[in-house]
Design a protein around this ligand. Sequence first.
Ligand code: GLN
Ligand code: ZN
Length: 770
Amino acid sequence: MTPKSAAAAARSTVYGYPRQGQDRELKKAIEGYWKGRVTADALRATAADLRRTNWQALAEAGIDEVPTGDFSYYDHVLDTSVMVGAIPQRHRAAVEADALDGYFAMARGTQEVPPLEMTKWFDTNYHYLVPELGPDTVFSADSAKQVAELKEALALGLAARPVLVGPVTYLLLAKPAPGVPAGFDPLTLLDRLLPVYAEVLADLRAAGAEWVQLDEPALVQDRTPAELNAAERAYRDLGALTDRPKLLIASYFDRLGEALPVLAKAPVEGLALDFTEAAAANLDALAAVGGLPGKRLVAGVVNGRNIWVNDLSKSLATLGTLLGLAGRVDVAASCSLLHVPLDTAPERDIEPQILRWLAFARQKTAEIVTLARGLARGTDAITAELAANRADLASRTGSPITRDPAVRSRAEAVTEADARRAQPYPERAAAQRAHLRLPLLPTTTIGSFPQTGELRTARADLRAGRIDTVGYEERIKAEIREVISFQEKTGLDVLVHGEAERNDMVQYFAEQLTGYLATQHGWVQSYGTRYVRPPILAGDISRPEPMTVRWTTYAQSLSDRPVKGMLTGPVTMLAWSFVRDDQPLGETARQVALALRDEVNDLEAAGTSVIQVDEPALRETLPLRAADRPGYLAWATEAFRLTTAGVRPETQVHTHMCYAEFGDIVRAIDDLDADVISLEAARSHMQVARELAAHGYPREAGPGVYDIHSPRVPSAEEAAELLRTGLKAIPAERLWVNPDCGLKTRAWPETRASLENLVTAARTVRSELR
Ligand code: GLN
Ligand code: ZN
């Protein structure tokens, strides 16, 4: 191998493309099918059209090898479960009756059976369906989807490479099926699973695959020697197969670390590595093992999960370094482009100049093609692209949006003391008790009340110009009146205004903060047919004016009971947005925190004595590798404290978290120094209360007693029983009574009944305390 021949052979590729289509045709077709308005054949035809459109877009842009099998009606991990025959017993009948309906039954459940559990795909906002396995699992190969989609792409005359979830990652993502002892380790099924992969690989080869990609992102996490050993065994066995395509093992989202030497030595033909955030670590590790002589290295130099334009010169330099380390170096995005929106072109509300700083899937594809051309033919072949790229990068660096001196000097002046409440907790608690005069076991909710059809209509009417701002605000006020009067009547102690004015808990704030961009069409799949439009933290963040104060004060004007101010915290703002790549996350978090701090202080000045700052995403953004976690938790907790520490001792700061296990971040939760925390707990029967107690958590807490993910109404007795369980871990003086999360996805009738029962439960248990 010479660097020159490695360069000349350079090709461009991607691992996956947004599935939904330009106008979210896939969402519409699938939801239409669920409602019986679209036939199965019509759905299949839409899907095939979208796949063809995507492949043709990639090919026309100059991508040399397109991915296949990345398309999904719901989720690629679920597709893998189907491919290996891991159909849970409870879904078998549905799958046998009809493969497509059975597939959706696994994804969404039916009247009779619950779906597979859903959880986040590594540290992205994409959710996959968790495979359920047990000692009795019998795998069987079903390569039909993979083979059919490969054939479709080949029929278009394209070079195509099937992309599969690798066997080790598949097992590491699985969990014990219901009824299987929790100690069961799915990895023990590896020997049963590998023959199934062997069969699929043989089928794909027979169908014309030269290469197959096996994605092993689970290997970028901390892995035990036994797990690394399993990876070694898996690829030794698959590599030793005679009837197989060439194998490319892909990793992304972080550095491969200890797994890199294992995979580098494996008898496979190629490795794909992330050279964006993990570039330096992966480069060093690759050099340390002597590179991949004679093998194919796919270099993910274009960030597949963020939306900033690539620094082409920098990427070319990385690629140049890699040339000496492999037989052939290809250019790719770091991961599937599933995690970014499709195209910047339809964005009309973002200034053209700023739009040029952004690269969605289509723009990233062009960057990859340019880089491959530059690598293969030299930079002279891409002079114009390099010049344009330099201009775009310079425009971004030099823009007043990127750097606002006032924001910068304020952030630099922040001291340790700014992020600390002036009084220690016991003093604050006494001041708050005197000020708020709440009963034991105070009742409250998490913030949102049902988002009714009328509210959505009002927002649509406003957007379409059918009503004006005044008319819209009247409707919001009417909603607030209803929410407040219901809470008073029901006897809740700390009220909320109901968040009727918020379309989304992040976007609502993003739209009002300077430096944040919102997109019109920037949809990204969150799960199944659910798509979100993450806003973009584009520049220095400031708050031109108060964002929530008038709604909260209006609500407060209607009641003598305290009304909580309600804000989304800085960590969650970052977690559910696209973040800046030109400064550390902690710096962005600090800017957002300072903007929110002003809002907190304005709420207090307007007479709000309870202020909740939600951080549901604190746990989910935890870095994949343990070594990176203390650094993250340090800036994350500092940002929260900076947001909340400017208030008087008698002002009570609440926070809220959900969708996660909290056991491993209890210390960080403590570090937030919030006076009260509400947490999801109903399903786990107050597990979190025990975790807080075990840690010696010293402040007030409201483990949820009403599971809001289900329309089911908990009885007063059931809620009381949960409270009694909670009281075993948390003393009555520090226990709150609340639902698991906000009520925006619920309907009014069940919300009404559930909250009435919750108040009754609190009264019952209070009376037992006397
Ligand atoms: N305050 C928000 C609500 O009630 C919290 C939502 C969340 O935790 N995701 O909707
Ligand atoms: Zn929540």
